[in-house]
Design a binder for this molecule. Structure first.
Ligand SMILES: [Fe+2]
Ligand SMILES: [Fe+2]
Length: 317
């Protein structure tokens, strides 16, 4: 994938250093902006996925780049944990769905269902493509870190996400087909320069949880919250896309998630997290932390997009 456009001095030096071994890896400056740090971490994470155009594969494990990545991840973790208060008196497996209902934030799907224009939806697709074109990849890292029952259940869920052996059913490929049919570029990372800081942070959190074994419960808590808040919004999204005349290929991606995620949410909460927490009960707080982070970051993404759209409408009026 192409390198992103820098968003400040830190990402500018980082990108120069990824391009040329003559440029030293930057030290994290105290004063760098949230946007600059977030894009820098997102760029470093790409070395662990499909790499970046013109960047040597060996840099994935360069000690200085790993040092910078860890510093940026510590900064991210401080921010995420600072917003989280563990729930009291709840049992994760029994109370998860009620808790998720109460903590579900602003809804983009509701807006797309009734009010969004075609241009607003295209804007949303460009930003969402950062995750939907690599859907489930961050969770794949968690698999070798689990005990037998949690591993088997997570693989059952992932098998579905990856198309159950059929490349044409693979979820991130379904999204790519939908983008192409809608006249958008389906290449992974093509729209990184359009992504808000909130979207980048949402992606960074998933990769961060996936890459760190100590955060395996947070990664699975995040997955559970994601699946538990997907089925109904996917139906609204599909209906909104139909209203606006978007192509069937794109609608098919959301329609697939109406049925699939109604099953996945049960698997993710009751079987995957149920087995993990039976084996390792001390991880329950981290599972809540991951779940909270998922809903909190999605709420921030949605509010940012809705604020922009409502402001646009006021300008038009
Ligand atoms: Fe999916
Ligand atoms: Fe799913």
């Amino acid at each position: 994938m192409k390198l992103p456009t820098p968003r400040g001095p830190l990402s500018e030096t980082l990108i120069a250093c990824l391009r040329s071994s003559d440029v030293p890896v930057p030290v994290l400056p105290e004063s760098s902006s949230w946007d600059d740090r977030t894009l820098s971490l997102w760029t470093l994470h790409q070395l662990h996925y499909r790499g970046l155009d013109g960047v040597a594969d060996e840099l994935e494990w360069d000690p200085q780049l790993i040092r910078l990545r860890v510093e940026l991840e510590q900064d991210l973790e401080r921010r995420l944990r600072g917003r989280f208060t563990p729930p009291t008196g709840l049992t994760l497996v029994d109370d998860f769905f009620d808790w998720a209902d109460q903590h579900d934030g602003a809804s983009l799907a509701g807006y797309v269902h009734r009010d969004a224009t075609r241009e607003q939806v295209l804007e949303m697709l460009r930003e969402r493509s950062l995750y939907h074109l690599m859907e489930s990849d961050p969770t794949a890292w968690v698999v070798p870190r689990l005990g037998v029952r949690a591993k088997a259940a997570l693989m059952e869920l992932q098998y579905d996400e990856y198309g159950a052996g059929d490349p044409n059913r693979l979820h991130h490929h379904l999204f790519a087909l939908g983008m192409e049919a809608s006249g958008l570029d389906p290449a992974y990372g093509a729209y990184v320069d359009d992504a808000s800081t909130e979207i980048l942070e949402q992606n960074n959190a998933m990769t961060f949880f996936g890459l760190h074994r100590r955060l395996r419960a947070a990664a699975l808590g995040h997955l559970a919250a994601f699946e538990a808040t997907s089925s109904l919004p996917s139906r609204r999204m599909a209906q909104g896309l139909e209203r606006l005349g978007f192509p069937d290929e794109l609608i098919a991606y959301y329609a697939e998630h109406v049925e699939a995620d109604a099953v996945h949410e049960q698997l993710a909460v009751r079987t995957v997290l149920g087995a993990l927490l039976e084996d390792e009960p001390a991880l329950e707080e981290d599972a809540w932390f991951g779940a909270f982070t998922c809903l909190d970051l999605e709420d921030r993404v949605a509010r940012r997009m809705l604020a922009r759209w409502t402001h646009d409408e006021q300008d038009v009026a």
